[in-house]
Design a protein around this ligand. Structure first.
Ligand SMILES: Nc1ncnc2c1ncn2[C@@H]1O[C@H](COP(=O)(O)OP(=O)(O)OP(=O)(O)O)[C@@H](O)[C@H]1O
Ligand SMILES: [Mg+2]
Length: 467
């Protein structure tokens, strides 16, 4: 029989205390200590394997096909090649971004390939989920839907299917709406999230069935609930995007079975999420031709090079100069402005500077420095960047340009998309030629600007020229 114990728990941070306190000694919150009677249910404990009592050789434990492909190549790549058997994945994202849509599509894809998928929702009714599946034209024949918030009932249904070998994946939408009868508190509170997640992890490991959880995020973009949730699961995925556009991005912030560098790109439409296999083309689709203040670069997202547009706008500052960055590191921009001022003779420091990466992406690798510098200089001098040019290189404090890692991969993507010129770091050494791509090397920022900016000014009267 389950044993009952009384303890005092902070409802903010879930700290367990010996008695009541007005202020939680762990997190400092006031009036959050509650008395709880807990039944110590064995299901709260995490069981990792049903055969772990005796050691086994790694060779014997290696499985032939430990991954389940989802049918969405973008999701599979971010996961590291599909869902690993017995793993637990947490998918976080802001409200309405498309988490349920993505998981319904993933669920249908797995069901079509590997067997039954149990989609348990505590947020929507069976009719609502069925309506969405219809809108997405998802193959629903092996997609089993359960509108339930009690974790024990969800796991009973899952266990029944798993025991007859007919369960390929479980989806729980969302971890904040389910609760365990053995734990006190409302769904979404720290101990409920922890208890439900622990039972799901235990189920996944015991039956070798992957479990995918949806997690809400707070206003500041953090996953709601205890931090321990992220430690408990194998993979944490983040789904976000530009609110004004249909673009959606999937990334892993933790992955026990793959890289965290990969990026999955989708477009939300009335029939669901469409994979964008060629994101460079999408990001460059609305690029202005011949406009000052725009430069293309190739950023590496995991194994995939992405061509992106960096935009800059400079205006004389009235009062303190402002720096406004979207998708670019403000500290990096400050450094680039200082280098342009000192080593290229551009008086940019007394200007308001706005920098934006088109498409809502973040460019935090130093290899994009040169493109930022070119976009800034182009706006300042009102000279467009040379047509069909990509800029690649890191800028140093002495004004030198350093080579971008995996340059050949980036150049090959630029050439594939029809770019005809590239400015990269170097001393004019001969590079392996890519047909149709003329490569100019520059050792300094000043030389790179000379090579990268078009000679003709958009408005010649205001042309200032380099030093
Ligand atoms: N009929 C429709 N046509 C086009 N897009 C739609 C339609 N219905 C929903 N959407 C898109 O799907 C999004 C909602 O998707 P979904 O419900 O999967 O999001 P979610 O992240 O699960 O939201 P929540 O946090 O509320 O659970 C909407 O914001 C909208 O962009
Ligand atoms: Mg949802």
């Amino acid at each position: 029989m389950a044993k009952s114990t009384t303890r005092w728990v902070c409802s903010e941070c879930d700290a367990s205390l010996s008695g009541w306190f007005g202020k939680c000694p762990t997190c400092g919150a006031w009036n959050t200590i509650e008395e709880r009677t807990t039944s110590e249910l064995p299901s709260d404990r995490v069981v990792l394997s049903n055969s772990a009592t005796a050691p086994v050789s790694v060779e014997a434990a290696v499985q032939d096909a430990p991954r389940r492909t989802t049918g969405l190549a973008e999701v599979d790549r971010v996961l590291g090649g599909g869902l690993v058997t017995g793993s637990v994945v947490l998918l976080g994202g802001p409200p309405g971004i498309g988490k349920s849509t993505l998981l319904l599509q993933v669920g249908a894809g797995i069901a079509a390939r590997h067997g039954n998928v149990l989609y348990a929702s505590g947020e929507e009714s069976v009719a609502q989920i069925a309506g969405r599946a219809q809108r997405l034209s998802a193959d629903a024949s092996r997609l089993l839907v359960l509108a339930e918030t009690r974790i024990e009932s969800i796991l009973d249904a899952a266990r029944e299917l798993a025991l007859v070998g007919e369960l390929a994946t479980v989806v729980v939408d969302s971890i904040q709406t389910v609760y365990s009868i053995g734990t006190e508190g409302l769904p979404g509170n720290v101990s409920q999230i922890r208890a439900a997640a622990a039972q799901l992890v235990s189920f996944a490991k015991l039956h070798g069935v992957p479990v995918v959880l949806v997690g809400h995020v707070t206003k500041d973009g953090q996953l709601a609930g205890p931090r321990v949730l992220e430690h408990l699961v194998d993979t944490v995925l983040g789904f976000d995007g530009d609110e004004d556009r249909a673009l959606r991005l999937l990334r892993a912030s933790k992955n026990r079975f793959g890289s965290t560098m990969e990026l999955g790109v989708f477009e939300m439409g009335s029939t669901g999420l469409r994979e964008i296999g060629n994101p460079s083309e999408t990001f460059l689709a609305e690029r202005p031709e011949g406009a000052a203040g725009s430069c293309i670069t190739a950023s590496l997202e995991g194994s995939r090079p992405l061509l992106l547009e960096v935009q800059a706008l400079l205006a004389p500052a009235s009062g303190g100069a402002r720096r406004n960055c979207v998708g670019v590191d403000p500290a990096r921009l400050a450094m680039i402005l200082a280098v342009l001022d000192r080593h290229a003779g551009l008086g940019v420091l007394d200007h308001d500077v706005f920098v934006n990466v088109a498409g809502g992406l973040r460019l935090f690798e130093p290899a994009v420095d040169l493109a930022i510098a070119l976009a800034v200089a182009s706006s300042h001098l009102r000279r467009p960047v040379v047509a069909d040019l990509v800029a690649l290189g890191e800028i140093g404090l002495t004004g030198e340009v350093r080579q971008a890692p995996r340059l050949e991969l980036r150049l090959a993507e630029a050439q594939r998309l029809g770019f005809r010129r590239a400015v990269v770091a170097g001393r004019g050494d001969h590079r392996q030629a890519l047909p149709g791509l003329e490569i100019t090397t520059a050792r300094s920022v000043e030389a790179a600007l000379e090579a990268g900016l078009a000679a003709s000014a958009a408005s010649s009267g205001r042309r200032r020229g380099l030093r």
